[in-house]
Design a binder for this molecule. Structure first.
Ligand code: BGC
Length: 358
C-alpha cells in the first residue's frame, strides 16, 4: 500500500501543473509589463520580447511603467481585463504587485517573473533571469584580482566604496550578496577599507537604480572623505550595474580623476554609455547579459504554457519568493572588458560600431 501511495505521489509531482495542461487560444494577447524606458536595458528587453513573440505568432500588449508603481499596477490590471492569460512582468518593486496578481491568480492567468523576482505572490508560475548571484561573484572576483587583494595585508590596504541598486529589487540581494561573499573576508581583515563605513546593503542602495542618485551620493562621499587624485586615496568603487557606475563615474570626473588615475569601477549590463566609458578608461568592467537570450527563453516559456506544456526549467532551488521556490530558468552572465567587448557585443550583432561611436 505504502509503495502504491509513493508511486502515486511521485506521479503527481511529475505531472504538469493544472493550468499548464490546458491549451490557450493563440488569439489571446500576451501581456508584457516592463518597469521603465529610462534605463537602457528595459527598452531592449521589451523590444526583443515583442519582436520574438510576434514572430511566434502571438499578439503582444507591451507596456512601460515609467518606474511608477501605481502605473505598473494599473497596466497589469488592464492586461488582465483585456483577456491576457499569460503575463510577463519585470517588476519595479518586487513586493508591490501582490493584490493585482491575486486577481490574476483567480482568473487562472499565468505569470512569468522577468529578470526580477516578484515577491510574496502565489500567482508567479515561473521565473526567467540571469544567474544573479554569479553576476555578484564575477564582480567581486574581478576586484580581488585587479587590486591584488590576495597578496595584500591590512598594512597595505585598498580604499573602496560600495553602490548597489533599488532596495525593492530582489536582484540586489544576489548582486550585492554575491560580491560581498567574495569581498567581506577582505573587509574583515582590513585589507579593504571603506572610509565612509557604508558597507551595508541599505546604505549602498540606490533608489530606482538612478544614475543621478548614484552621482549625488558619490559627490557626498567625495566631499565627506576628501577623495581626489591629489587627496585621499580611493582605489575602487563597487557598483552593481552600469546605471549606478555611470553616476559614480560622473562624480569622479568632476573631482578631477582622469583615465590615468581612475579608481576601478565595476558594472553590469554593457549599456552603451558603460562600454564607451570602458573604452575611455573610466569604467573597468561590466557584465554582458544578452537580453536576446533571455527574451528567447521567456518566449519559449510563454509558448509552452500556451500549448499546455511545461516550460524548460534549469533551477528549482535558488529563488524563493516568500510563497515557495519558483521554478526558474537562469541564463549565463558573461564577464566583459575592453579585451572581449568586440567579440561579445559587435561580432554577435548586439551593437553596431555606430552605436558605440566607433
Ligand atoms: C537588472 C539589471 C539592471 C537593473 C537596473 C536589475 O534588476 O537585473 O540588469 O541593471 O535592474 O535596471
Amino acid at each position: 500500500m505504502k509503495k502504491i501511495i509513493a508511486v502515486l505521489l511521485a506521479g503527481l509531482m511529475l505531472a504538469p501543473s493544472v493550468f499548464a495542461a490546458k491549451k490557450i487560444s493563440k488569439k489571446t494577447p500576451i501581456g508584457v509589463s516592463m518597469p521603465t524606458k529610462d534605463l537602457q536595458r528595459w527598452n531592449q528587453d521589451g523590444a526583443n520580447m515583442k519582436a520574438q513573440l510576434e514572430k511566434a505568432g502571438y499578439k503582444v500588449d507591451l507596456q512601460y511603467a515609467a518606474n511608477d508603481i501605481p502605473t505598473q499596477v494599473s497596466q497589469v490590471e488592464n492586461m488582465i481585463t483585456n483577456g491576457c492569460k499569460v503575463l510577463v512582468i519585470a517588476a519595479i518593486d518586487g513586493s508591490s504587485l501582490s493584490n493585482v496578481l491575486e486577481t490574476a491568480r483567480k482568473k487562472k492567468v499565468q505569470v512569468i517573473a522577468y529578470d526580477r523576482l516578484i515577491m510574496d505572490s502565489k500567482a508567479v508560475s515561473y521565473y526567467a533571469t540571469f544567474d544573479n548571484y554569479k553576476v555578484g561573484t564575477i564582480q567581486g572576483d574581478y576586484l580581488v584580482e585587479k587590486l591584488g587583494l590576495k597578496s595584500r595585508s591590512s598594512s597595505d590596504p585598498v580604499y573602496m566604496e560600495f553602490f548597489t541598486g533599488d532596495p525593492g529589487d530582489n536582484n540586489i540581494n544576489f548582486f550585492f550578496g554575491g560580491a560581498m561573499d567574495v569581498l567581506k573576508p577582505y573587509l574583515d581583515k582590513g585589507v579593504i577599507v571603506c572610509p565612509s563605513g557604508q558597507t551595508a546593503k541599505a546604505q549602498a542602495a540606490t533608489l530606482n537604480w538612478s544614475t543621478e542618485e548614484a552621482q549625488k551620493r558619490m559627490e557626498n562621499l567625495i566631499t565627506a572623505n576628501k577623495y581626489g587624485p591629489k587627496a585621499s586615496k580611493l582605489d575602487a568603487v563597487y557598483c552593481s550595474n552600469d546605471s549606478t557606475a555611470n553616476g559614480v563615474t560622473n562624480a569622479l570626473l568632476s573631482a578631477g580623476y582622469t583615465a590615468d588615475n581612475f579608481p576601478i569601477i565595476t558594472g553590469q549590463d554593457c549599456d552603451i554609455i558603460a562600454v564607451k566609458n570602458m573604452l575611455k578608461g573610466t569604467q573597468a568592467m561590466s557584465i554582458f547579459k544578452d537580453t536576446r537570450t533571455l527574451a528567447e527563453k521567456v518566449v519559449g516559456m510563454v509558448d509552452a504554457i500556451m500549448q499546455g506544456k511545461e516550460p524548460e526549467i534549469n533551477d528549482r532551488k535558488t529563488y524563493n519568493n516568500g510563497t515557495g521556490i519558483i521554478p526558474s530558468y537562469l541564463c549565463d552572465p558573461v564577464f566583459a572588458t575592453v579585451d572581449n567587448y568586440k567579440e561579445l557585443l559587435l561580432d554577435s550583432g548586439y551593437y553596431t560600431k555606430a552605436d558605440l561611436g566607433l
